[in-house]
Structure formats: structure tokens, C-alpha cells
Design a protein around this ligand. Sequence first.
Ligand SMILES: Nc1ncnc2c1ncn2[C@@H]1O[C@H](COP(=O)(O)OP(=O)(O)O)[C@@H](O)[C@H]1O
Ligand SMILES: [Mg+2]
Length: 315
Amino acid sequence: MEIFKDPNVLPCDFNIDHYRIKKCVGVSLHTNTYKCIEETSEYPVIIKEHFPRELIARSTENPKIITRKSAEEAYEYASNKFRRKAITLNRLTHPGVVPVLNVIERDNVMYYIMRELSGDSAENTFRTIPTEITVRDLLQQLLSALSYVHSHDILHGNISPSNIHINPNSTATLIGFAPYNVCSPITHTINMAATSAYAPIESINLQIDKQGTWSDLYSLAASFYMLMTSQEPMSAKERMCESIPRADLFCNNPQLKERFTPELLQSLDKAFAVDPNDRWQSAQEWLDALSAPPTAHDKEQRKGMFRRLWEWIYG
Ligand SMILES: Nc1ncnc2c1ncn2[C@@H]1O[C@H](COP(=O)(O)OP(=O)(O)O)[C@@H](O)[C@H]1O
Ligand SMILES: [Mg+2]
């Protein structure tokens, strides 16, 4: 038997059912992600493996999993949660959501199979700051995808610039869904505390009853902060500090004020509010606000933006 470099990750050329692994493309606390091909048709797919490292491991001699001491019940619970989310994803059909082709279980491990998308992440695609038109277009596509996802009672749970995939025709697709629906009380058995700069405060503090559609909207706004400034946003935890300005990070950013309309920035600030109650409550609510005609106050602010732009160009 081959000695694996990292026994918790399946090696190249290993078979998961009739899919052969080409390489591992993602390792996280609860999953491994592999680029594979279907053996007969050579159809390329991406496979997500449920692998909660706190609960299971593999030895160097055997690819079959070993459940850690006293973790059997927790692993079964987590596997059921993963299966439920995978089955829901498998039912979805939307251009903004990665197609999940199948859900399988092998040797007591859950997997789901996705279509391999061409293109690259938003993080790698936008080397320069996108224009207002591009930002609005992407935002509208992603909000429509999220509205659809949320209507099936699941959250994405992990939105970030690396989990927004930009296709060759410039459309956007959500990948990298969190392995469990974070609304469920999985945290009794597994550490699900989010740590990234894109996570809302209720996910960092594991306030399960406060998580909802608005949590994904926070992460979407945080991702756009990165795309529009090329800087990672301040984390929700940092923004809780008294000394740090926590509101209107889009509207108060001089670089953003010069390039984008106040209506767009205000709508992003509302989604990016630290307090979940201050945010848009649904993707549809945010979409409606984006397509609403500007008010007289917005028009005044917009004039200011064009004046500043004019002065900046012509001195
Ligand atoms: N359906 C897909 N098509 C193409 N590439 C994908 C797909 N799903 C994932 N990837 C690639 O694999 C990487 C890891 O996948 P992801 O689901 O985001 O897992 P992780 O939680 O480890 O980040 C992604 O950043 C992307 O490069
Ligand atoms: Mg990812």
C-alpha cells in the first residue's frame, strides 16, 4: 500500500467510486476537495469529501477512516448534516450555483460530485478595481443566486472572493458552500466558529439563533469590499472594538467615494452592518433597493461624486 504524504487526503490516482483523483485542490477543517475524472467518459468533475478532522483520521497504511475516540456519535451526526446539505444542493438548478451532480457514500464517508467549472475565482480574476457597472452586474447575479439558495432553506455559509467563481462569459457562480447548514445545532459536537475576515459576527461568536439569510449578505458585502478596494476588510471582531469606526466603511472610504455612486455604497454598507438587525434581511430586499430609482438626496450626493471626479481629472 502506498505511503500517503498527508494520510487525511486521498492520493492521486486513488478511486472514489468510478472517479479517479487527479489532484487535491482544497483542504479545510471539515472537507477535502479533489479534481477527478469519471473513468469511462473521462468527464472532469470536482468532488467534495466530508472529512471533519476533529472527528476522523486516516492512517498511513489504510485509506479507510478511523473515528477518533468517543467521536462516533458526533461523526454520524455531522455526516447526516453534510448529507442533508449535499442533497439540497443536488436539487438546485441555477446559473449562479455550482451544479451538484450526485451525492454518494463510500466506506462510511460522504461525498458530493460537482461539475468542474472553467474560469477562475473572483479573487484571481479582478486584478484591477472593477467598474460600477461590473460591480452592480455581479452583485445582482449573486443576489439572485442567493435568493434562490435561501428559498430552499439553506445558507451558503462561506462566501468569500475565493468562493465566487467567474466563468469565461463573465457570469458568477457560487462554489465552496459550507459543509453544514450552520443554522442547525452542529456546534454541540463540532467547532464551526468562523474565523475569516468575511464572516459575520454571529458566525464568529457561534450565535446560531442569530444566523440567517442576512449572514450570507454580510459575507457578500465583505467580499465586494475586497474586490472594490483590493484590501481585505476589517474582521467583524475587530469592528466590535469601541475605538474602531464600525459603520459606513464603504461610504467613508475616499477611494470608493470617487469611483462608485452613493446608492451602491450605501446599499453595501447596509449589508455590511455589524449588527444583524441593521442589515438587509433578504437577498430580494437588497436586489429591490439596487434597482430602485435614485432619490433627490441620492442625486445630490451623486453630483458631488461627479464634481470630485471632474476636479480630479481636470485639476
Ligand atoms: N465546481 C468547481 N469547478 C472548478 N473549480 C472548483 C470547483 N469547486 C471547487 N473548485 C476549486 O477548488 C478550490 C477549493 O474548493 P472549495 O469548495 O472552495 O473548498 P475549500 O473549502 O477547501 O476552499 C476552489 O478554490 C476552486 O479553485
Ligand atoms: Mg474555497
